[in-house]
Design a protein around this ligand. Structure first.
Ligand SMILES: Cc1cc2nc3c(=O)[nH]c(=O)nc-3n(C[C@H](O)[C@H](O)[C@H](O)COP(=O)(O)OP(=O)(O)OC[C@H]3O[C@@H](n4cnc5c(N)ncnc54)[C@H](O)[C@@H]3O)c2cc1C
Length: 386
């Protein structure tokens, strides 16, 4: 059954758990903090559905169109500033909420130590779902919940990684008009345990528990890739791309991603979803736009086009090309390579501080980080922040 899947194949999408009619699949976590399916053979009917639905063992044959590509952002300045890229997701979601539909996406748990998928239909739900959480979201039950709503003829906008979207398509079986799927260009999904270790180290340092976490916070601009964390004692932490161990461990070191991400089956064109969103790194605009963020939007189907047309009065949208999108975003077509230092990261994670391991393994000593930071800030000042 599905427990025979190789670790490097399993994306952790958990669709096998939703599929199993006997409730025989559970998801214990390994030493790296990733969950993998386990089967309780006293319950298992051996129907094989878990294997048939797996989007890794049976690649989804996508029928989406070649994308129409746009550079875009929300005209709502607060929304744009608060979002990860140009705030396109929020505008798509609001388009669905306006027709009384539902949005399914990723939220932090109340203690900000984990992430999970939920479904909601209010602005408050959108506030929690928006923004990237750069580690793996727990999707247990979400595919069933989406299906239940679709069967009641409700409209649902599902947003998740490409593998989670492939999982949903497999689970639904047919391309229903009521489900609009949205994925993002994905660098790879990180270990929830690595994230927790990072947060716990900061909690020790600030002698308080976390009140909120905001990845890619824009107080120093979109390109600063800042992480902003508030603590319950009123203190806060902000680190940009040069001094955040999280950002460097993820982007520079590729140290704590899920094994399947290094050989992702869903980094390609055509996409698996109706709309794909991302950062439009290759798109040069005014300085102000580089500060507040530019979204890359790929409209991949008729359904996607209907929703995108619907939100035109609320966004700035400029046609672009796939070539331009690909030139600024390597991960549209390619998996991030696995770094040999990854094993050492996980060997040390239980006994050493998160930041120490990252700085050791990336070789980014304090003077080097300082030098990089000064260089980056000068570039920003001179408007050459590419
Ligand atoms: C793990 C991860 C890796 C990414 N890698 C890249 C990349 O290499 N290049 C690039 O251009 N863009 C990448 N993105 C996408 C980018 O960070 C933005 O999410 C995207 O551009 C949309 O921004 P936005 O402002 O329109 O919406 P946002 O408000 O940022 O909306 C984010 C949407 O993503 C969903 N989401 C957030 N966290 C998760 C998660 N952990 N799992 C599943 N769904 C989640 C939310 O439900 C929400 O619907 C990545 C996102 C994630 C979560």
């Amino acid at each position: 059954m599905i427990d025979s899947i190789k670790k490097e194949d399993c994306t952790g999408c958990k669709v096998c758990g939703d599929t199993c009619p006997a409730g025989a699949v559970s998801f214990p976590v390994d030493s790296e903090g990733f969950w993998y399916p386990a089967v309780d053979y006293s319950k298992c009917h051996k129907c094989g559905l878990c294997i048939k639905t797996c989007p890794s063992l049976n690649k989804l044959q996508t029928v989406k169109d070649d994308p129409r590509v746009y550079a875009a952002w929300s005209l709502d300045m607060t929304r744009r500033r608060e979002s990860t890229s140009g705030g396109l997701y929020s505008e798509l979601a609001k388009g669905i909420l306006r027709i009384n539909g539902y949005i399914a996406g990723c939220v932090f748990t109340d203690d900000y130590k984990e992430a999970k998928h939920i479904i909601g239909n209010t602005e408050q739900d959108l506030e929690k779902i928006m923004r990237s959480k750069y580690f793996q979201s727990d999707t247990a039950g979400i595919y069933r919940n989406v299906k239940e709503l679709v069967e009641k003829k409700e409209t649902v906008l599902f947003c998740g990684s490409p593998c989670q979207n492939a999982a949903l398509s497999k689970f639904l079986g047919t391309d229903s008009d009521n489900v609009i799927q949205c994925d993002f260009i994905c660098h790879g999904i990180n270990s929830p345990k690595a994230y927790r270790r990072h947060i716990e180290e900061l909690e020790r340092r600030f002698k308080s528990t976390v009140q909120s976490v905001h990845f890619k916070n824009k107080r120093r601009g979109w390109r600063s890739l800042g992480i902003y964390i508030k603590f319950k004692n009123g203190k806060y932490y902000f680190a940009n791309r040069n001094n955040s161990p999280w950002t460097n461990g993820y982007i520079v070191g590729n140290l704590f991603m899920r094994p399947s991400c290094y050989r992702c089956k869903y980094k390609n064109i055509p996409r698996v979803s109706d709309i794909s969103i991302a950062d439009f790194w290759g798109f040069k605009k005014r300085r102000q736009d580089m500060f507040y963020g530019i979204s890359l939007v790929m409209v991949n189907s008729r359904k996607g086009a209907v929703l995108y047309n619907d939100i035109q009065s609320r966004i700035y949208s400029e046609p672009s090309t796939l070539e331009q999108a690909i030139s600024g975003n390597w991960n549209i077509l390619n998996s991030t390579p696995c770094d040999e230092r990854r094993n050492e990261f996980f060997r040390r994670i239980d006994t050493e501080d998160f930041s120490k391991i990252v700085w050791d393994l990336t070789g980014l000593s304090r003077p080097r980080r300082l030098k990089n930071d000064i260089r980056f800030k000068l570039k920003m000042l001179l408007g050459r922040d590419s």
